[in-house]
Design a protein. Structure first.
Length: 317
């Protein structure tokens, strides 16, 4: 019998409910650094910070009180590697978060190596060419460590062909078949990722990511990408950046019958944040408008840097 992983958890069920816009359909990114130095602000991202672990636990506790309980974790480790990755700090983060909050939250783990590699790229290079096999082997091993540490969901973001299939097979073989995969299935090479790369220390050290992320001019390739990852076994799909991909959501859902969400990325969010700081826009009204536009376009869930303030912004809490 085919497992419906969405039904295994209340937060997931709410996240994929298609009859109402619920708080659990908003996912809050959170950056946690290995250093114990004071948490520091991220240019353009307002209240979002690069937290140390203790501050992150306090932040999640506050977020829970505001009924924000769906999180996407981006760990930022000190050491960079060539191809043999040590993710023990990320394992520590996951264990600490789950020990403190258990099933009160749903913890997605972003799966990529851009913040771990010395190159800043989302893949491993051999002789200046992308080595897909090495990249897949490495990221699948990392996903296994995340799952064993207690991650509730895995979110592959590298746009490496085969990554969802490899991770799904690994999870199923290790009795982790109930862990869902949320794929960054239609992810464009974009100019709107700047604040994120600052936070995650993941800017490419050479070239760019156009050789493995989608060309913003190609609609059919973007739809085909999501179809491909759906066939590999993704439970949820995503378009990124959200605002510049809004036209794809309905077509992808129609062709795959999968829930399709959006990532309102750091550069898009920063535009609202900076305009608000200069008193040229009302932050809450603008964010509500963006969320409404995403839902109008058919987005099932929204990854938003303002998710923790959804009660105030949108739900009159």
């Amino acid at each position: 019998m085919k497992i419906n992983r969405i039904l295994s958890n209340e937060i997931l069920r709410n996240m994929c409910s298609d009859t109402a816009f619920l708080k659990d359909q908003l996912i809050q990114p959170i950056f946690i650094k290995e250093s114990n130095e004071n948490s520091n602000s991220i240019p353009g991202l307002g209240k979002n910070k690069l937290f140390n672990l203790n501050d992150a636990l306090k932040r999640i506790e506050k977020d829970l009180k505001k009924e924000c309980r769906n999180f996407l974790l981006f760990p930022v480790q000190n050491e960079k590697f060539e191809n043999d990755f040590n993710v023990s700090f990320t394992e520590k983060i996951i264990i600490n978060i789950k020990e403190n909050f258990g099933s009160d939250i749903f913890l997605w783990l972003d799966l990529c190596i851009c913040s771990l590699t010395k190159s800043g790229h989302c893949c491993i290079f051999t002789n200046e060419k992308i080595d897909i096999n090495k990249s897949l082997k490495c990221m699948t091993k990392i996903a296994s460590s995340y799952a064993n540490s207690g991650a509730d969901g895995i979110a592959p973001s590298s746009m490496t062909p085969g990554i969802v299939k490899n991770v799904r097979n690994m999870l199923d073989k290790n009795s982790k078949e109930n862990i869902p995969i949320m794929s960054y299935s239609s992810k464009f090479a974009s100019n709107f990722y700047g604040p994120f790369r600052e936070a995650a220390d993941s800017a490419p050290q050479f070239g760019d990511r156009k050789q493995y992320q989608l060309d913003v001019r190609s609609k059919e390739s973007a739809i085909a990408s999501s179809i491909s990852y759906a066939k590999e076994g993704a439970d949820l799909l995503m378009v990124k950046p959200g605002l510049t991909s809004i036209d794809l959501i309905s077509d992808i859902h129609t062709k795959t019958k999968k829930p399709v969400g959006v990532y309102h990325v750091s550069g898009e969010y920063a535009g609202i944040e900076i305009l608000s700081q200069k008193k040229l826009i009302n932050f809450d009204a603008a964010m509500s408008e963006v969320w409404d536009a995403f839902k109008r376009a058919g987005a099932q869930f929204i990854i938003s840097y303002a998710a923790r303030d959804a009660s105030r912004i949108y739900f009159n809490g």
